[in-house]
Ligand binder design. Structure first.
Ligand SMILES: Cc1ncc(C[n+]2csc(CCOP(=O)(O)OP(=O)(O)O)c2C)c(N)n1
Ligand SMILES: [Mg+2]
Length: 596
């Protein structure tokens, strides 16, 4: 049989070094699915339960490996399902190519079955590159450009292929004549370093500062050594945006941890008191958690000129690769002799860890969710990969989990969508089958899609050289993060009809589909439960019955928020007594001097 356009498409993808496709079939892509089958071992096809999950997995693949992730969906409904996962990738700058089918060329525009205007549909999420193949000769340059642009721009691109084109004979080499395109494969990122004069001006600012705060994000993940070295030289503290959780280990004495509503008190204090801000690879959105305008002189390093000086008016913007730029800065910096500022940060950090421990050990009904993370920290296996879903788990992940060097971590940072927890974990396992993967997910997110994707785990886990994947479910019977937002920010009491989540036996369900299920409702048994889960011989669902009345308090509670909070209590809160007690305990832990 002659090579079809689809066979050529798959061959070209593999020539780019791509080995895995996450997808779901439909008659809009039968030609492509057939080609994947014929390609044999050259490419791995992973069947998911929903196209959005394929997009999440492609996104996580890109985030964890730095390679391009590929997802595949059929025309119409399948293509539409991809969208949320693609936005997650776009907003977190993950390189993803979506390949989608379309009705046959002759039918397009005919109000045909499953016909959706896909170029328009993807025009926002894949605006850097979305095109439809009008002939087999277009496949080569469309896929070459889609992959190269996704890689180079760290974004989402999309190739739409009508089903009749998929089945036509391939045109690997277009004829040499007018109006043909002759593309090549391959991309190697350039070395991007700022000009010397800008480096010197940045160094002047950093040398002049006496109280320097650093904020690092996902763009600094490849610059761990440089970030630490600069902080040492400058006597600075380092705060981490959510996506930058793995940039530096949490046990560094001058790592102030997370920032923002899910942040820490030492980060809040450092930002409020610093005289100089050095931001590396982060577009952390909330300016109210950065220094007040005019308070600090700012230096920002980012590879993407579109992302500089948008959260704080920086004095110097260094457009460049974070590791390269920091390395170029190091020889220009003077070591700060006065270490008082650093000492203060270290004291704040040490005290904060004691606050967190005390909060985690507070009694709750039945389990305090912070304790679940507190018990996990010392048990995290070397080189493990941790993912969090959106919800209260993201906050405890950011605050309580002590990541060490060599580990990876991610979540939906900018879109902050519910649902990526389990699919990210699956993609992490496919990319690194020998590493332990841990997902922390709320019961709401599990019921949104997680339980479906557990079936995918049940289907594939035996392929992984190390079968350990733990999905920890915070079973609090609540859409907790939003319940707290409604209380603290809107001043509304909990509206049960909207916020309560139905009961579901997550551990029993896991057992039913052939995984291991562990249910724990006693805080004293948490440690043993984690030990069992992390040494199991198959993937585990660890269902922790946790208390929804444990507040995820912002690092500072503003007067305004406190007022709204009190209003919500006065308006009538169904679980008032217990909730006030928990909140009170938390707040008190923030003030007590903790002596070991
Ligand atoms: C797709 C989507 N829908 C709604 C939201 C708003 N939202 C953010 S967190 C959250 C609650 C999550 O509940 P759950 O998964 O049970 O986690 P919990 O906060 O209870 O630990 C909601 C509804 C969102 N971020 N994404
Ligand atoms: Mg919940």
């Amino acid at each position: 049989m002659a090579e079809t356009a689809s066979d050529f498409l798959i061959r070209r993808i593999t020539e780019w070094g791509i080995r895995r496709i996450y997808g779901y079939p439909g008659d809009g892509i039968n030609g492509i699915i057939g080609a994947i089958d014929r390609a044999g071992d050259a490419v791995d096809y992973v069947q998911v339960r929903h196209e959005e999950m394929a997009a999440f997995m492609a996104c996580a693949h890109a985030k964890f490996t730095g390679e391009v992730g590929i997802c595949l969906a059929t025309s119409g409904p399948g293509a539409i399902h991809l969208l949320n996962g693609l936005y997650d990738a776009k907003m977190d700058h993950a390189s993803v190519v979506a390949i989608v089918g379309q009705q046959a060329r002759a039918a397009i525009g005919g109000a045909y079955q499953q016909e959706v205007d896909l170029v328009s549909l993807f025009k926002d999420v894949a605006h850097e590159y979305v095109h439809m193949a009008s002939s087999p000769a277009a496949i080569r340059h469309l896929i070459d450009r889609a992959i190269r642009i996704a890689k180079a721009e760290r974004t989402v691109t999309c190739v739409i292929i009508p089903n009749d084109v998929q089945e036509m004979d391939a045109v690997p080499i277009p004829p040499r004549k007018h109006a043909t395109i002759h593309s090549g494969a391959g991309y190697s990122p350039p070395r991007v370093v700022p000009k010397d004069i800008d480096l010197r001006r940045a160094a002047e600012i950093l040398n002049a500062g006496e109280k320097i705060a650093m904020l690092v994000g996902a763009g600094a993940l490849q610059a761990t050594d440089e970030v630490i070295e600069i902080a040492e030289l400058l006597g600075a503290g380092i705060a981490k945006a959510l996506l930058g959780k793995a940039v530096i280990p949490d046990n560094l004495a001058f790592c102030t941890g997370p920032i923002g509503l899910l942040g820490s008190k030492p980060s809040w204090e450092m930002m409020n008191e610093c005289d100089t801000l050095l931001m590396v690879g982060s577009s952390f959105p909330y300016s109210e958690f950065l220094p007040k305008e005019g308070q600090a002189r700012g230096v920002q390093i980012d590879l993407d000129p579109k992302l500089i000086s948008i959260r704080y008016p920086m004095e110097i913007n260094l457009v460049g690769d974070s590791a390269e730029t920091l390395r170029a800065l190091i020889p220009l910096l003077e070591r700060k002799r006065d270490r008082k500022w650093r000492k203060r940060i270290e004291n704040n950090v040490a005290e904060w860890w004691q606050v967190l421990e005390a909060r985690a050990m507070n009694e709750a009904k039945p389990i305090n969710p912070q304790r679940v993370f507190w018990e996990l920290s010392p048990r995290l296996p070397d080189n493990c990969i941790v993912v969090a879903d959106s919800g209260s788990s993201a906050g405890w992940f950011a605050r309580d989990l002590k990541m060490r060097r060599g580990m990876l971590a991610s979540l939906s940072g900018n879109l902050a969508t519910m649902g990526p927890g389990v699919p990210y974990a699956i993609a992490a396992k496919f990319a690194f089958p020998d590493r332990v993967v841990i997902a922390t997910v709320g019961d709401g997110a599990m019921l949104m899609n997680g339980i479906n994707e557990l079936v995918t785990i049940a289907e594939y886990w035996e392929q992984w050289s190390d079968p350990r994947l733990v999905v920890m479910v915070l079973a609090n019977r609540d859409l907790n993060m939003v319940t707290w937002e409604q209380r603290v920010m809107a001043g509304d009491p909990k509206y049960d009809a909207s916020q309560e989540v139905p009961e579901f036996g997550f551990a029993r369900y896991a057992e039913m589909i052939g995984l291991t299920g562990i249910r724990v409702d006693d805080p004293e048994k948490l440690g043993a439960a984690w030990d069992q889960a992390l040494s199991a011989s198959r993937p585990v669902v660890l269902e922790a019955i946790t208390d929804p009345e444990v507040p995820s308090l912002p690092p500072h509670i503003t007067f305004e928020e406190a007022k709204k909070f009190t209003e919500s209590m006065i308006k009538g809160e169904p679980h008032l007594g217990h909730m006030i007690k928990q909140t009170f305990k938390e707040a008190v832990e923030g003030f007590l001097p903790h002596k070991k």
